[in-house]
Write a protein that binds this ligand. Structure first.
Ligand SMILES: C[S@@+](CC[C@H](N)C(=O)[O-])C[C@H]1O[C@@H](n2cnc3c(N)ncnc32)[C@H](O)[C@@H]1O
Length: 240
């Protein structure tokens, strides 16, 4: 995937190995630190995704905090780059008997091992800011999404005039690789991607608690004309 599109948006570079190492460090304390602050975003995302008419892919499932929030009738697959996070997700699935979780896989979301167009919904809670190549991730998400299906994102998006902006900028320059995410993330990463995809339409964008810190986004892959053949979302589960 081209770096050129990123450079115009001035994103600080991250590498997959930085991200994986950072989340291996976060894994033992992740739930303690991030359960409450991300909860409204996870709830909104899981409620919207649970309306999907078919399998759901959860990108960057992490320790699986959102997994119990999907409705029991759903069929959810989770992927993550970081094995230490996935192990905790697998424990959660077992402990809470989350029978709607069909599989957890160690996969890079820019190179998913799933067939084209096999998911009715692909969601990515708090992941794009973490991704070294967010547009490449969106392209790959679009590949595995059925026509008529939805991408659901929750993310921190930087805002002009935000009192946190100077702090975000400082964090970005100095500690982004250690943190494992980019504190600064312009809307243009998502907006420009949608604008250049004639098959995608932005259907919802709203701010979420706490303090409007996060943005909830729904993007629809426009249906194609004629009958679709729907491939199965199966692959050998590694963790569940
Ligand atoms: C901030 S955590 C979010 C975890 C979970 N969704 C939640 O709400 O708590 C971001 C997760 O994305 C994963 N991740 C980052 N880049 C990824 C990639 N390219 N492919 C798959 N997972 C990735 C990280 O390993 C991490 O577990």
């Amino acid at each position: 995937m081209s770096q050129a599109r990123h450079s115009s948006l001035d994103l600080e570079p991250l590498e997959n190995c930085d991200v994986e190492a950072a989340y291996a460090r976060w894994a033992p304390v992740y739930d303690f630190v991030f359960t409450a602050v991300f909860r409204p975003g996870r709830r909104a995302l899981a409620a919207a995704a649970s309306k999907a008419d078919g399998p759901i892919l959860d990108i960057g499932v992490g320790t699986g905090l959102e997994l119990p929030m999907f409705e029991p009738h759903t069929e959810v697959y989770g992927v993550d780059l970081c094995e230490a996070m996935l192990r905790r997700a697998a424990e959660r699935v077992q402990r809470n008997e989350l029978n709607h979780v069909a599989g957890l896989y160690k996969m890079d979301a820019t190179r998913l091992g799933f067939a084209d167009a096999c998911f009715a919904c692909v969601c990515a809670p708090f992941v794009l800011t973490v991704a070294p190549e967010p547009e490449a991730m969106l392209d790959e998400i679009a590949r595995v999404l059925r026509p008529g299906g939805e991408i659901i994102l929750v993310n921190h998006v930087s805002r002009n005039g935000d009192p946190f902006a100077i702090f975000e900028h400082w964090l970005d320059r100095h500690v982004a690789p250690k943190l494992g995410w980019r504190p600064q993330f312009p809307w243009a990463v998502i907006g420009d991607w949608v604008d250049q995809r004639p098959d995608m339409q932005l259907v919802e964008r709203r701010l979420l608690a706490p303090f409007n810190l996060f943005t909830f986004v729904r993007i629809k892959r426009l249906p194609t004309m004629g009958a679709e053949q729907v491939p199965e979302a199966r692959a050998e589960p590694e963790y569940a």
